[in-house]
Design a protein around this ligand. Structure first.
Ligand code: ADP
Ligand code: MG
Length: 320
């Protein structure tokens, strides 16, 4: 099997029913139809063996996770995911591995109605870069920069499960199963995109840890934030297995892919009513203000320890 038969066998066979794919896999570029009045959202995420996943994982789970983390960025912008490309680097041509990977890709893309429209296949250390394309009505994208002092801050679901799953501590089998599921198959909140467009002032997805991502939203918006630690939603399985570290995982662990949303006082009632109408929940964790930094009620400024590839704990890497 060479590169081209590999593409045909594993990736070209992933079909979608989307009518807006004029030309998918097989030519020099995909040709896609962007409806009049809509704008294109584009975002890439790279997953590297040993950093974002382990090669010991089931390839089905690796593919599922890779798609879901990309979808989360479109959800945070209030967009509808449409198309994805996959740049895949493989150390060997392993048909069993590829078949499992393609199955995970196919199932996840089908679940979210996203078409695989192209990519690149190369040989090297295992890694993949997916580029997701989403659609949003002109001018309707939600950004990180729209929060104002006085806006309420919400988190759209319990945090800390993915970080907890990565701890080496022994845990009961039922707990391990739930936590690993959260790590491998995070649920991108694309379901909330219409609500974000109607009610959110700003939003960000929580990929690097709540504090790190909230800090990004604050810097982009030119605001500070005061949060109540008691109000931060902790994942029930983490609370059961490791209650002592649950808050730490929620604040500083990454990979949760819930959203942190700023909602103006004028929109708050409707935001909550819209959530209730769809049977969804969000947790009010604090409020934006005009002071610097992210603070906890009664505790002062919280230091950010979210995941940072070139953070201070790495060997003095200077990025200029
Ligand atoms: P080119 O040499 O013109 O860049 P390639 O030979 O790399 O094209 O790819 C052939 C076709 O297969 C293209 O349409 C490309 O988008 C698609 N493709 C290559 N690798 C992948 C992949 N891993 N997943 C999906 N599509 C792929
Ligand atoms: Mg070409």
């Amino acid at each position: 099997m060479d590169e081209f038969s590999l593409i045909d066998r594993f990736f070209k066979s992933i079909l979608s029913t989307r009518q807006d794919v004029v030309l998918g896999i097989g030519d020099d570029a995909a040709c896609l139809h962007v409806p009049a009045g809509q704008q294109l959202l584009v975002s890439s995420d790279t997953l590297v063996d040993g950093v974002h996943f382990l090669s010991s994982w089931d390839p089905y789970d690796i593919a599922s996770k890779a798609v879901r983390v990309n979808l989360s960025d479109i959800a945070a912008m209030g967009g509808e995911p449409a198309w994805i490309t996959l740049a895949l680097t493989l150390p060997t041509l392993d048909a069993v591995w590829l078949s499992r990977f393609a199955q995970g890709l196919n199932d996840t893309l089908t679940l979210f109605n996203v078409a695989l429209v192209g990519g690149d296949t190369t040989r090297g250390p295992l890694s993949m870069t997916l580029t997701i394309h989403g659609l949003v009505d002109r001018g309707a994208a939600i950004t990180r920069s729209g929060a104002k002092p006085g806006d309420a801050l919400y988190v759209t679901g319990p945090l800390g499960a993915a970080a907890c799953a990565l701890t080496p501590d022994a845990m009961p089998e039922s707990c391990r199963h739930t936590l690993l599921h959260a790590l491998h198959h995070p649920m991108p909140r694309v379901d909330l995109a219409p609500l974000l467009r109607r009610h959110a002032a700003a939003a960000i997805d929580i990929s690097d840890g709540l504090l790190a991502d909230l800090a990004h939203l604050c810097v982009a918006s030119g605001v500070g934030a005061c949060v109540s630690l008691q109000a931060i939603p902790l994942h029930p399985s983490v609370l059961m297995f490791n209650p002592r570290k649950a808050l730490d995982f929620a604040l500083h662990g990454g990979d949760d892919y819930q959203l942190c949303v700023a909602v103006s006082p004028a929109q708050e009632k409707e935001w909550l009513a819209s959530l209730a109408a769809m049977g969804a929940q969000a947790y009010r964790i604090g409020v934006c203000d005009a002071l610097p930094g992210v603070r906890a009620e009664g505790l002062g400024v919280l230091s950010v320890r979210g995941y940072n590839h070139f953070g201070a704990s790495d060997d003095d890497v200077a990025i200029t």
